[in-house]
Design a protein around this ligand. Structure first.
Ligand code: HEM
Length: 270
C-alpha cells in the first residue's frame, strides 16, 4: 500500500520537478535549433579571437612587411573562409526560414563565394611565404588534405552555380544533383575542420621549440592553439548536426511521400 507521503509527492511536484518540466516544455525543436545556432556564432568569434591573440602575442603579428608576418594571415583567413563563413553559408536555409527560396539561394551562393575568396587569399599567403623563404611547397599531409578541401569546395560551388542559379538545369536534374551537393558540402566542412586542426598541430610543433616552452610543456600559446582547435571541432559538429537533423529543415515533411523520397523511389529499379 502506498504511504500518504508518496501520494503527497505525486500531487505536489517539488520546485525542482516544476523547473524540469518547464525546461522540457521550453525545449521545442525551434528553441534547440536557436540555442545551437547561438553556440555556433560564439564559437566562431572564439576561434577568430584565439587565432588573433596567438598571432599578435606569440608570433610576429599581421603585416605585409616580412614573409613570416604574411604567413600569419594563412591560419586566420583559412579559418574565417573554410570554417566560419562556410558553416554560416551551409546553415542559411535553416536560419532564414522567412525568406523566399530564390533569395536564400543567392545569399547561400554569395557567402560561399566570399568563403572561397577569403580562403584563396589565405592560400596565397602561405605559398608566398614558402616561395620567399625557399621552403618546399606541397610536401605535408596538411597541404595535401588542404588542396583536396579547396578543390572539392571549388567544384561544388561551380557545379551548384551552373545547376541551381545560372543557367539552371532542368528541375529533374536539379533534384538529382541536390542530395550530392548537400552531402559534398557537409563532408567538405568536416574535411576542412580536420585540415585546420592538422595545420594548427604542425604550426604548434614548428613554432614551440624553446627549451622549457615546447609544445609538450603546454605554454600559453599551446593553450590558445588547443582551445582554437576545440572551438573548430565543436563548431563543425554543431553545424553538421543542425544541417542533418530533418526537424530543422526549412519545410519539414515527416513523410516517406516527400518529393525527394518519391523521386528517389522512381529512379530505383524496384
Ligand atoms: C581549412 C583550412 C586550411 C586549408 C585548406 C589549408 C591549406 C594549406 C595548403 C594547401 C598548404 C600548402 C602550401 C604550400 O605547400 O606552399 C598549407 C600550408 C600550411 N598551413 Fe594550412 N590550411 C588551412 C588551415 C591552416 C591553419 C588553421 C593553420 C594553423 C597555423 C595552418 C598552417 C599551415 C602551415 C604551418 C603550413 C606550411 C607547412 C605545410 O605546407 O604544411 N593551416 N595550408
Amino acid at each position: 500500500m502506498a504511504s500518504p507521503s508518496s501520494d503527497d509527492e505525486s500531487d505536489h511536484p517539488t520546485s525542482g520537478q516544476q523547473f524540469g518540466a518547464a525546461l522540457v516544455a521550453g525545449l521545442s525543436q525551434d528553441n534547440i535549433f536557436y540555442l545551437a545556432y547561438v553556440c555556433i556564432q560564439v564559437l566562431g568569434i572564439c576561434m577568430i579571437t584565439l587565432c588573433s591573440v596567438w598571432t599578435h602575442h606569440h608570433l610576429s603579428g599581421y603585416s605585409l612587411a616580412t614573409p613570416e608576418q604574411v604567413f600569419n594571415y594563412h591560419p586566420l583567413l583559412m579559418t574565417i573562409g573554410m570554417i566560419v563563413l562556410n558553416g554560416n553559408g551551409i546553415l542559411i536555409y535553416r536560419i532564414s526560414r522567412w525568406l523566399r527560396f530564390q533569395r536564400q539561394k543567392l545569399i547561400h551562393f554569395s557567402i560561399q563565394l566570399s568563403a572561397l575568396t577569403v580562403s584563396a587569399v589565405g592560400l596565397y599567403a602561405v605559398f608566398h611565404y614558402h616561395n620567399v623563404r625557399q621552403i618546399p611547397n606541397m610536401y605535408s599531409l596538411h597541404s595535401w588534405l588542404g588542396i583536396t578541401a579547396i578543390a572539392g569546395f571549388t567544384v561544388s560551388l561551380l557545379t551548384a552555380f551552373l545547376a541551381f542559379l545560372y543557367p539552371g538545369f532542368h528541375p529533374v536534374y536539379r533534384r538529382l544533383i541536390l542530395p550530392f551537393h548537400i552531402f559534398n558540402g557537409t563532408a567538405n566542412i568536416v574535411l576542412s575542420a580536420s585540415v585546420a586542426i592538422t595545420g594548427l598541430t604542425e604550426k604548434a610543433l614548428f613554432s614551440l621549440q624553446t627549451p622549457g616552452a615546447k609544445y609538450s610543456d603546454l605554454p600559453a600559446p599551446a593553450m590558445l592553439i588547443n582551445f582554437m582547435a576545440i572551438s573548430i571541432a565543436v563548431f563543425t559538429v554543431l553545424v553538421v548536426w543542425l544541417v542533418t537533423k530533418p526537424e530543422f529543415r526549412r519545410r519539414y515533411i515527416p513523410s516517406v511521400n516527400a518529393p525527394q523520397y518519391k523521386l528517389r523511389r522512381e529512379q530505383t529499379i524496384e
